[in-house]
Every structure is written in C-alpha cells, then in structure tokens.
Design a protein around this ligand. Structure first.
Ligand code: NAP
Ligand code: MG
Length: 515
C-alpha cells in the first residue's frame, strides 16, 4: 500500500537554513567542476576519446563536467546491452519495479539541494526554477510508481459465462530515451522512469548541454536498485549517434522530447523497417510550441500582465510552454502593454548563482545567436518596446525583449524562438483573438484572462491546444494535476504525468480459458 500521490512542495529559499544549504550545495558542485564522467553501458563505466565539455552558461569559462561522448559503435553496443537485460527486468513484478522508483524519489529528496545546484550551474536556471524541476522529477518517480501498480493490477473485463478471461500489460523492449536540456532532470527522469517502471530497458542519450545533470539521475537510479544493463547512459551528439539508436533493429520504441525538426526526423527514421526488425517501432515525440495568452477587456489587467511576464520570461523563455504571444483585445491593448513593460523593467538579470537575479542566460552561444537573429527580424515586424540585445558581459545573456504591434502571420508570431522574446498582437475582439491563437502549426499551451463566462466557454471549446489555462499563467504544469502534451506539430500528446502515459510503454495481452 502507498499513500495517495501529492505533488512535492517547493523549497522556501526565504528560509535561512534552506538558503544556507543551497549556498553549501553550490560550493560542493563548484568543487566538482572539471570532473570527468564516463558512459555507462552494461553496468560498466566506459571512457571514450571524444569529450563533451558541459559549460556554465552564466560563465562559460567554467566547465561543469567533461563527459565522454558516444560513437555509433558504442551506441550499437548500448542497444544490444539493453536488449540482453530485457527479459530479466521485464519478468519482475510491477510492484517490485515501482518500489525502486519510490526509493529513487526519496534519494532525490535527500539530495535536493545538490540537484538544484547542478541545474543552476549547468542549465542556467534560477534557484526557484531549478528547485521546481527537481520537484517535478520527484513527482514523476512517485506518480509513475503508483501508476505502474495500477497497470500491474487485475484489469476489469466483461464476464462471459463459461470462460475465465484476463488482460495483462507487458513491456515492449528497448526504449531509446532522448530528452532536451531545458528540464534536464524532470523530463529526463520522466521519460526514463516511465520506460523503466513498466519493465522496459533503456538507452538514455541525454542532451549535450546538460549531460552532468543526467549523470546524477543515473547515479540515483542505480542506488535505488536499477540493475546493471537495464539503464545505459550514453551522452553524445544527437546528430552523430541519434540515427544509430533510432534505426537499430533491436530498438522497440523511442521516447523523445525536443524540437519539431528533430522529432519529425526521428519519426521518419523510426518508420523505416530495418533488416531483422520484428515490430513496428513506437514513437513518442513531444515537440515545440508557439504558446499564447489572450487578454480580453473583462479582466484584472495587472494580473494578466503579471501572468504574461512570468510565462514569457521564466527560465528566459526556454520552456516549451512559454508564452511567446500576448494576444490582447484592442480595448485594453495599450494598458496591458504598459503593464508588461513596467514589469519587465523590474527584472534583474545576471548569473544564476546569485538568488537576487531572476533572469539568467540562455543555454548556449548558438542558441543566443539564433535568438538575436529572430529579434532582428522582429524589429522589422513590430515596435521594439524593451530589450533587443545581449548583455555586455560574459555569459549568454539576452535581454528580455518585448515587441509590440506584431501582425498575425509574422515570422516572430509563427516560429518558436525559445528565448526571452515576446510578441504582442492586437486583436479586434475576443473571437479574433481565438482565431489568431489557433493560427500556427503548433498547439501546446495557452491561457485566457477573462471574467466573461461565455468567452471562457468558447475558449474551452475552440482553442486547440493540449494544455489550456484560465486566469493564470500558461507554464508550470504539475504532474498528476495537468497531464502535459500538445496537438498538431507540438507532438504526439502523450500527456506526461497523466493516467494514459504508462500505457504508451506497454502492450496488452488477453488470455481466455474455456471452463
Ligand atoms: P533538440 O535540439 O531537438 O534536441 C533534443 C534532443 O534530441 C537532444 O538530446 C539532442 O541531442 C537530440 N538530437 C539532436 N539531433 C538528433 C538526431 N538526429 N537524432 C536523434 N536525436 C537527436 O531540442 P532542444 O534544443 O534540446 O530542446 C528545445 C526544444 O524542445 C524546443 O523546441 C521545446 O519546445 C521542446 N520541448 C518540448 C517539450 C514538450 O513537452 N512538448 C518539453 C520541453 C522541450 P544533442 O543535444 O546532442 O543535440
Ligand atoms: Mg551547459
């Protein structure tokens, strides 16, 4: 028996003992800078000749870790190793595997500040954003453990006189897990734990910007009791080893979260049948977004402006759920824009080690250059109200940027920028706002600020996104509360953190005996 699932509470850093613990953890992780991390295949540490230097985006002179990078040969070895370990792990009960994940959650609780600190230094998250990511990772372990127990239970069937029937869930095989860097613990843990707790074995290829955080996950899952061979840690360039992993005849499923471009490429590669392959590969691909917040005239305009700023600039806009379009009706457009700019001016940007900074760097130099290019395009598509440049200091700091009077269909209104850039769009009225909101290839998150019941109900019906919020920000989905995943080019809508998720890692077998 386990207790009902509850989301993990966030750490209160205004409490002196917590902030001192966090300072201590940051010192600890800084003391580990430059550490070499091997690959982990079939229970053995493997060092390769190639290295990925994981840098601190707040101060790229600092090397958080030097991580061995896989080759296509090592990728092949990792898939074969996972395949060999499958029968043993698959034969364990759901409850036994769930117990491992409950232990993993407890280890994460014990190492909370250490994990927070790794993310601050490797991903450039603020203390609060890092802590929320670790809390979400704990939630995934706790929630999927309980879910696995449910999938392992006796399943309800219709009784037919004269027959005894049952339905059981079986794991699939080797799952290749490919996460992004922006929730380096939570998304990595969510997909890995989802695959493992259902009895699959895993090759985890972490994002190249955050491989050290993924190493901590490996360390925790091993301590929790994941046997050798069941989980391989395979850092390496996605462009170099991705196709070997995805196209491998022994790969049964790919669980991917990242950009649309890579997700579509994986989906196409996985659809080709390799020599010796005995199944149709399953693909989960959770991809990008062009998320919006609609503001109509019947609402608290301060709350709306605050919701937009939090959703657009939290973690520098590098969330798939980030608000990149504020769609505001004509009647209150100028007022809301003033409220946005006033709040953006109050943001403090700088290295994320310092908890007084609430805005940090973007992840890499190439990400920064890509964002600055979009800003240049945006300057020609609207009126620059704030930001627009990088900071004149080390680190990949792009100013929080607000561009107003952007027209529907403009490049910065259609393409995912994945940085601290907000486009403000004027709508004639609420119906027009809904039309603008739906007019992209994506469909991930959105929010509406309105007190008008009729409009909220129209939004509920017509806004085509996987995660819709009313009178609150459009980021911060909680496991169990807001199952997460998007429509159209935002992905396969796997609804991570929901009751349907683990079913994606399973196949059902029906057995009937005539009595
Ligand atoms: P990305 O560039 O697509 O990379 C994601 C992962 O794919 C990384 O591990 C990457 O490895 C790997 N990869 C790259 N090329 C590959 C290939 N040819 N074959 C196999 N794997 C390959 O995305 P990102 O920059 O890390 O993350 C940002 C994107 O993720 C945004 O579009 C964001 O919206 C999306 N996202 C979506 C969700 C969601 O739930 N819908 C959640 C978070 C993020 P390397 O790091 O080595 O390149
Ligand atoms: Mg880095």
């Amino acid at each position: 028996m386990v207790t009902e699932f509850h989301p993990e509470a966030l750490t209160d850093f205004s409490n002196g003992s917590n902030s001192r613990a966090m300072e201590g953890a940051l010192d600890l992780i800084e003391g580990r800078f430059g550490t070499e991390y091997p690959l982990f295949i079939e229970g053995r540490e493997v060092t390769s000749n190639d290295r990925i230097d994981s840098l601190n985006p707040s101060d790229p002179e600092q090397v958080v870790g030097r991580v061995s990078a896989a080759t296509p040969e090592l990728a092949d070895l990792a898939v074969k190793s996972a395949s060999r370990a499958f029968d043993g792990w698959a034969s364990m009960s759901f409850d036994a595997r769930a117990a491992v994940m409950l232990r993993a959650a407890n280890i994460m609780r014990r190492r909370r500040f250490e994990l927070d600190a790794v993310e601050v230094l490797e991903a450039g998250k603020s203390w609060i954003e890092a802590d929320a990511d670790v809390a979400e990772a704990i939630d995934f372990c706790d929630f999927y453990a309980r879910e696995a127990m449910r999938y392992g239970d006796r399943q309800p069937l219709t009784f037919l006189p004269g027959e005894a029937s049952e339905l059981t869930y079986l794991p699939l095989g080797v799952v290749v897990v490919i996460p992004p860097w922006n929730f380096p613990l939570a998304i990595t843990a969510g997909m890995t734990v989802g695959a493992l707790v259902t009895g699959n074995t895993v090759v985890l290829k972490p994002a190249s910007s955050t491989p050290v955080t993924a190493w901590y996950l490996l360390d925790i899952l091993r301590e929790a009791g994941v046997p050798d061979g069941v989980l391989q840690y395979l850092p390496g360039s996605g462009g170099l080893v991705g196709d070997t992993l995805v196209a491998h005849p022994l790969t049964r499923m790919i669980a991917f979260t990242g950009s649309r471009e890579v997700g579509l490429h994986i989906n196409e590669t996985a659809a080709r049948t390799a020599d010796g392959q005995k199944w149709i590969k399953r693909v989960i691909a959770e991809m990008g977004g062009k998320d919006f917040i609609i503001v109509d005239e019947e609402t608290d305009l301060d709350e709306a402006a605050q919701g937009i700023v939090t959703s657009a600039y939290g973690f520098q806009g590098q969330k798939c759920s980030a608000c990149s379009r504020a769609i505001i009706v004509d009647a209150v457009y100028d007022q809301v824009i003033d409220g946005i700019v006033e709040r953006v001016k109050a943001l403090r940007q700088g290295p994320m080690k310092d908890p007084d900074n609430n805005l940090g760097p973007v992840i890499t130099e190439s990400a920064m250059n890509g964002i600055l290019k979009y800003i240049e395009t945006g300057k020609g598509e609207g009126r620059l109200l704030h930001g627009g440049a990088r900071l004149d200091r080390p680190g990949y700091f792009v100013e929080p940027t607000v561009i107003a009077d952007v027209k529907p269909g403009a490049v910065i209104e259609q393409e995912e920028i994945f940085g601290p850039v907000l486009a403000c769009i004027k709508a004639r009225d609420f119906d027009h706002a809904v039309e603008i909101a739906n007019d992209t290839v994506y469909g991930l998150t959105g929010a509406v600020y309105s007190r008008n019941r009729g409009r909220l109900e129209k939004g509920r019906r017509d806004l085509f996104v996987g995660n819709l919020y009313f009178n609150r920000k459009c980021t911060g989905a909680l496991v169990g509360v807001h199952p997460f995943g998007g429509f159209n080019m935002s992905g396969t809508d796997s609804k991570a953190g929901g009751r349907d998720y683990l079913g994606l890692f399973l196949q059902a077998k029906s057995v009937s005996e005539k009595l």
